[in-house]
Write a protein that binds this ligand. Structure first.
Ligand code: FAD
Length: 374
């Protein structure tokens, strides 16, 4: 190809652009992002950036140094064979990469809760997290618990409400859940489980048990939906809005690839449609799509991985387990612990709690299907 157009300036789009260059592509690369900021790194938005106004969530390398044209405040509004359209321009392409990510879901009602997806959300939120304010966070997932951590550290009175409890994966043993719940107590955060936040109003947040709770600040951390409505029928999306791709990350439109949080691709490893909403996948899928555009024919088949820093602790999860896989909890000699899931004596997933150093070994063990003894 001579011209590659990338839609989305998050990690996946940025990595695809940089990889094209690192693989020796000399043609035109154009990246469209609807944000006013150039590509930046998202994980610090719920961590360092809420605590430190000087923190810069940088993503390297700088695309300008790679002769990549970045158009900020430029939203793609349509795609058809060989062309991406914005409100005022047409960008012809030989190959394209769709990396639009997710947009944060919010609760219905008014006034609206705050959400956290982009840097402007984070800057607005940081200004609101002042000492002694009551902060109600709907959702105890990764972002909810990380924002709760920052809000508590800034002196807010924090309540987290969640219908179920468990850090983003099913089948965590009760002993580990109890440990994580204890972290909320240690940080002085109230955790309310068993009720769902339904909507916001001037009176506060309405819960599924009909109770209403007021707070100075309400934050919805209830996940995201793929930012794909602009694709209409040109590219197949599934019923949840994820872009459908094959094992090479090719969409149904020739020459068009999809990467990052917004893609559901055919996973050879897990035998079906898979999507991941984590940093490592965004980076690796961006690399794989760029290489495939240049003719590599590489099957994209990553081992899922994410990390979270929350409530003064770290979680690292590698692999994927089914709720009925066998589960064992072991202390780690360096003060953390590891939860290992196995099927037929082979590891399927590892959750390392305050034990980041186990991640590499866990990856190798799962990838090589080592026996549990090893
Ligand atoms: P995004 O980063 O969402 O980027 C998509 C970009 O495309 C956005 O800039 C968007 O505005 C733009 N866009 C959308 N539609 C259009 C359009 N039509 N035209 C032009 N531009 C468009 N993962 C971890 O593993 N560990 C963590 O600790 C962690 N922390 C996180 C904390 C926060 C607050 C958030 C939001 C995410 C976190 N993640 C974490 C997840 C990780 O950041 C994402 O998986 C990753 O950013 C996904 O990259 P992406 O490029 O697919 O999408």
């Amino acid at each position: 190809p001579d011209r590659v157009v990338i839609v989305g300036g998050g990690l996946a789009g940025h990595t695809a652009a940089a990889t094209l260059r690192s693989q020796g592509f000399h043609g035109a690369v154009t990246l469209l992002t609807q944000e006013s900021a150039h590509p930046y790194d998202r994980p610090p938005l719920s961590k360092e950036l809420l605590l430190d106004s000087k923190f810069q969530p940088m993503l390297g390398p700088d695309l300008a140094d790679l002769d990549i044209r970045v158009h900020t405040e430029t939203a793609a509004v349509a795609i058809r064979a060989g062309e991406i359209h914005t409100a005022s321009a047409t960008f012809p392409f030989d190959a394209a990469v769709l990396a639009p990510g997710l947009r944060a879901r919010n609760l219905p009602g008014a006034p609206q809760a705050m959400v956290l997806r982009d840097i402007e959300d984070a800057i607005r939120l940081r200004a609101e997290l002042r000492p002694d304010r009551s902060v109600l966070i709907a959702g105890a997932g990764l972002i909810g618990s990380e924002v709760a951590t920052a809000a508590a550290a800034l002196g807010c009175c924090v309540t987290v409400v969640s219908p179920e409890f468990g850090p983003a994966m099913p089948g965590i043993p009760n002993e580990v859940l109890a440990q994580i719940r204890g972290w909320y107590d240690e940080c002085g955060i109230e955790l309310v489980t068993g009720v769902r936040a339904m909507e916001t109003s001037a009176a506060g947040v309405l819960f599924s048990d009909s109770s209403v709770r007021a707070a100075d600040l309400v934050i919805a951390a209830i996940g995201g939906v793929p930012a794909t409505s602009w694709l209409t029928d040109a590219v197949e999306v599934d019923r949840r809005g994820f872009i459908v791709a094959d094992e090479y990350l090719r969409t149904t439109l020739p020459g068009v690839y999809a990467v990052g949080d917004a893609v559901s691709w055919r996973s050879k490893r897990y035998g079906g449609e898979t999507h991941l909403e984590h940093w490592q996948h965004a980076a690796e899928s961006g690399q794989a799509a760029a290489r495939n555009i240049l003719g590599d024919n590489e099957i994209y088949d990553p081992l899922p991985y994410f990390w979270s820093h929350q409530l003064g602790h770290s979680l690292h999860y590698v692999g994927r387990h089914d709720p009925d896989d066998h589960c064992a909890i072991e202390p780690d000699p360096r003060s953390g612990r590891a939860v290992t899931w196995t099927r037929d004596g082979r590891p399927t997933a590892v959750l390392a709690i305050d034990a980041a150093h186990l991640v590499r070994r866990a990856r190798t063990a799962i990838d090589t299907k080592a026996s549990v003894a090893r």
